[in-house]
Design a protein. Structure first.
Length: 88
């Protein structure tokens, strides 16, 4: 596990599985201390993809249903920034 912090927001990255249908790895992101499942990272087609509802995406009932964004520094920063806003 990896615990990250930005301001008052603490985010825990927890590896879930090495192999799942449609992906070669899954990492879930949780907002601490509530342990709320807020996003997922999937390794698909040779790249990591972040499943999270960023501003402008369609609303979803669960983070895993969110649009898949290629994992870049900018996308991860935007997601963590949104998570930090909701943690405050």
């Amino acid at each position: 596990m990896l615990l990250m912090q930005q301001g008052a927001a603490r985010i825990l990255a927890e590896p879930i599985a090495r192999f799942v249908p449609g992906a070669d790895g899954v990492v879930d992101l949780y907002l601490m201390p509530a342990y709320d499942d807020i996003a997922s990272l999937y390794y698909q087609e040779g790249e990591w993809k972040l499943h999270y509802a960023l501003p402008g995406d369609l609303a979803v009932a669960h983070p895993k249903e969110g649009e898949a964004h290629p994992l870049t520094k900018e996308v991860f920063g935007a997601a963590v920034g949104e998570m930090a806003k909701h943690a405050a």
